[in-house]
Ligand binder design. Sequence first.
Ligand SMILES: NC(=O)c1ccc[n+]([C@@H]2O[C@H](COP(=O)([O-])OP(=O)(O)OC[C@H]3O[C@@H](n4cnc5c(N)ncnc54)[C@H](OP(=O)(O)O)[C@@H]3O)[C@@H](O)[C@H]2O)c1
Length: 279
Amino acid sequence: MIYIDLDPSTGSGQARVPALGFGTWQLKGREARTAVADALDLGYRHIDTAQMYENESEVGQGLRDADVDRDALFLTTKVAMDNYEYRKLIASADDSLRKLKTEVVDLLLLHWPSDEVELEESLDALQEVQHAGKTRHIGVSNFTPSLLRRALEIAPSLVNNQVEYHPYLSQEKLLDVVRERGLFLTAYSPIARGTVLDEDAVQEIAEAHGKSPAQVVIRWHLQQDRVAAIPKAASAEHRRANFDVFDFELSDDEMDRIHGLAHDDGRMIDPEWGPDWER
Ligand SMILES: NC(=O)c1ccc[n+]([C@@H]2O[C@H](COP(=O)([O-])OP(=O)(O)OC[C@H]3O[C@@H](n4cnc5c(N)ncnc54)[C@H](OP(=O)(O)O)[C@@H]3O)[C@@H](O)[C@H]2O)c1
C-alpha cells in the first residue's frame, strides 16, 4: 500500500491515509454489505461512503462481517446538504456513526458546497463534531480552488477535498492549493466511470506492463503526490483487479501521456446544485 501522511496537528488518531480506497456510491442493500466485506478481505483499508448514498447501515454491516481492526481502517462519510444547519449536522453525524456501527469515523466531509447555509455555520458544526471526538479528521468535497481557500480560512484543520479526478479532467489548480496547504485530494470517479479504459494511450501502456487499463489509471493516481483514489466496483473481479496495482510503476513519460488526455469537457459529475466550476 502507498500511504499519504497527514499533519498530526490537524486531527487525532491514524495520521496516514491508504492512498487506494473503495468507493460505495450506488451500492445498496446486500450488495453494499458484501462488497465492503469482500474489499476488506482483499486488503482495502480505506472505505468511502456518504449519507446521500443511503448505504451507511450496510457499509457498517460489511465492516463488522470482515472483522478488521477498527484502527487499521480509514473510514470516510459525508454530510448531506440537507443537514448543513449547525444542530442538524451534529445530529446527522451521530446518526451516521450509529448506522456505521462505530464510535468515530476517520474523515467527515461536507458533500457539496451550499448556497443555502453559510459555510461558517456548517464548518463550525463540522469542527464541533471533531472536537467531540466523533471524527478524527474533517474535510470538504466538490470545492473549487477558491472555495477551498475560503474554507481553510474558517477551518484551518481541513485535510481533504474529494473531487472528480481522472485522466479526462485536470485538477492541476486544485492540486496546487492542496499541496501548498498540506492537504490531500481524493479522486472520485477515478477511472471516469470506465469511459477512459478504451483510450489507446491507456491500452498501450497497459499492454507494456502486462496490466489492465483500469490498473494503469489507478496506478497513475497513486503515483501523484497527495492523491488518493477510491474506485467503486460492484464486481468482485474488478475489486480484486483494482487492488492489484502495487507491483509495477509508470514512467514519467507514461504519466505525462495519461495527463495529456485531459480536455475541457472532461467533467462527468455536474448536478444542478454543483458550484460554478473554476477551470
Ligand atoms: N464526493 C462526491 O460527490 C462523489 C461523486 C461521485 C463518486 N464519489 C465516490 O467515488 C467512488 C467512485 O466513483 P464512481 O463510482 O463514480 O466511478 P469509478 O470508480 O470511476 O467507476 C466505477 C465504474 O467502473 C467500473 N469498474 C470498476 N473497476 C473496473 C475494472 N477494473 N475494469 C473495468 N471496469 C471497472 C465499475 O463497474 P462494476 O461496478 O460493475 O464493477 C463501475 O461501472 C464512488 O463510489 C463514491 O464513493 C463521490
